[in-house]
Design a protein around this ligand. Sequence first.
Ligand code: SAM
Ligand code: SF4
Length: 327
Amino acid sequence: MSLIVDSFGRKVEYLRLSVTDRCDFRCVYCMTENPCFLPREHVLHLEELAWIAQAFTELGVTKIRLTGGEPLVRTDCDQLVSLLGKLPGLNDLSMTTNGSRLSKFAKPMRDAGLKRLNISLDTLNPELFTQLTRNGKLERVIEGIDAAIAAGFERIKINAVILKEQNDHEVLDLVDFCRERGLDIAFIEEMPLGEMDERKRARHCSSDEVKSIIDTRYPLQLSNKRTGGPARYYTMADSHIHIGFISPHSHNFCHECNRVRVTVEGQLLLCLGNEHAIDLKSIVREYPGDIERLKAAILAGINLKPKQHYFDNNEVQILRFMNATGG
Ligand code: SAM
Ligand code: SF4
């Protein structure tokens, strides 16, 4: 039972832990073409990440997802997974990845204790893929997805951010890709994090629009599946996969939010859509290994968790880019 309870009575059981702000892609909705990455001394070390994770699990967090940036560009990521995999009370250790390095790392990560993977894939068209990621190779990601399937993860989910007039015509192809491979898929509405030119274009595509495209071929039935996250899930009559919608704009899910994030700079972020943060890095650096002090800071900070986020597509209120936040 989590001891981390905010002032609205929400229990925090889920931590998103960012392990790097760096990435081999430059997705148009996530970062600018020439991002400025953090100096290495600002980035949490392996032991610091592990202490923070331990403090959260001792307070009752049962799920941790590693994210970034691209977690697999961090060379000690497998060691981190091994360390976290041994934490008592942690039932679920997962990762969100762009898949570009999975053909090499899927098996070692699975062997080190990673249970579930979310893999981002917005298009099956190689040219569009390179355009949306600004430099990614679709082929490598597909190889990575197949390596992850072969490595036997408990669950693999594809994440797709759908942008109007860019990849909204590929919704059904992405669903078919997941049906063929037996993978779940979540469609995500773009969030206005960080100021960038591309976002000035009117490209918001709502979950309802995506759902109505899918309904034309596969009528969707609401599922009672809950993962403790913001996604609402649906099923199809002739497939066992789940289709999720993460709709920060159109279906506010804040009342049941059970998560917090720690950025790679050690800032405990209480909400993706607000700037409230607690500096955990200064504690781990000043008092290395003092778990009780870390736990006290987390418990004191949780009351800053705001009731909800307010996203406005016409105005960027959050200056942090998604790669620096830990998506
Ligand atoms: N690099 C990894 C990846 O791409 O899966 C993990 C980090 S990435 C920031 C995590 C997720 O956030 C990805 O599925 C990505 O598509 C999503 N994402 C990034 N920027 C976003 C934005 N502005 N709005 C909505 N989702 C976004
Ligand atoms: Fe990298 Fe993931 Fe951001 Fe794309 S969404 S630029 S893969 S961190």
